[in-house]
Ligand binder design. Structure first.
Ligand SMILES: Cc1cc2nc3c(=O)[nH]c(=O)nc-3n(C[C@H](O)[C@H](O)[C@H](O)COP(=O)(O)O)c2cc1C
Length: 197
């Protein structure tokens, strides 16, 4: 069993972490992106399928390729971010299952015969992996700006033209300018959002 993390860590991951749209000029090192992946990869996915693929856009050229796909309100916050990651999924993730899930040799065939199951599994688990990315980034001292305000088809045409990978959502990464963050919005209470049955 794992040990409980302390209050300061919970603040960093949840209570004090905010969504950022204004960024300090401080860059994000390649090693930090590797560290980020090397943390998030351990969090669970169904059948250990790990369908998410991550395209970290940092160069001016890559950002410019992304620009036409962005909702107008997301352009400046994305173009000024040190890195924006496309959280995508691989529609052929099942090809890795013999290695990733050796305990169940029939899994690959299950996916091969059911494209709807492939899509559902890829979307659900890449969304989870995107959430793991956000929490791993916060754990490493990075700030995040997740975004769904963009044209998926345009992103896919620009970055994944062969159709194998599909974009799920975008997430800017960097060191946020805390002075530019708006007041925190409320959350639903336990009574509103939960039931114990
Ligand atoms: C999947 C996802 C998509 C989002 N899309 C956008 C977006 O397109 N543009 C934007 O400015 N913020 C976007 N947000 C940011 C949310 O509005 C923000 O995380 C939420 O209001 C909570 O803010 P807080 O983390 O500062 O409390 C998105 C967040 C998530 C998780």
């Amino acid at each position: 069993m794992g040990h409980t993390i302390d209050d300061a860590a919970l603040d960093t991951l949840f209570r004090e972490a905010r969504t950022h749209t204004k960024w300090q000029a401080r860059p994000v090192a390649d090693q930090t992106l590797r560290d980020l992946y090397d943390l998030l990869k351990w969090a669970p996915t169904s059948a250990n399928a790990a369908p998410a693929r991550f395209a970290f856009l940092r160069s001016k050229e890559a950002k410019e390729r992304l620009r036409p796909a962005l909702a107008p309100g997301n352009v400046d916050k994305t173009m000024t971010a040190p890195v924006t990651v496309i959280v995508a999924y691989d529609l052929k993730f099942y090809e890795q299952l013999p290695r990733l899930f050796p305990q169940s040799p029939g899994m690959q065939q299950l996916f091969l015969s059911n494209p709807n199951f492939v899509e559902t599994t890829a979307k659900r688990n890449s969304s989870l992996q995107g959430a793991y990315l956000i929490l791993a980034a916060r754990a490493l001292g990075l700030d995040c700006g997740p975004m769904s305000g963009f044209d998926n088809a345009k992103v896919d045409a620009a970055f994944f033209p062969d159709g194998r990978f599909k974009s799920n959502f975008l997430c800017s990464l960097g060191y946020g300018d805390a002075s530019k963050v708006l007041p925190r919005s409320p959350r639903l209470t336990f009574e509103e959002a939960c039931a114990i049955v």
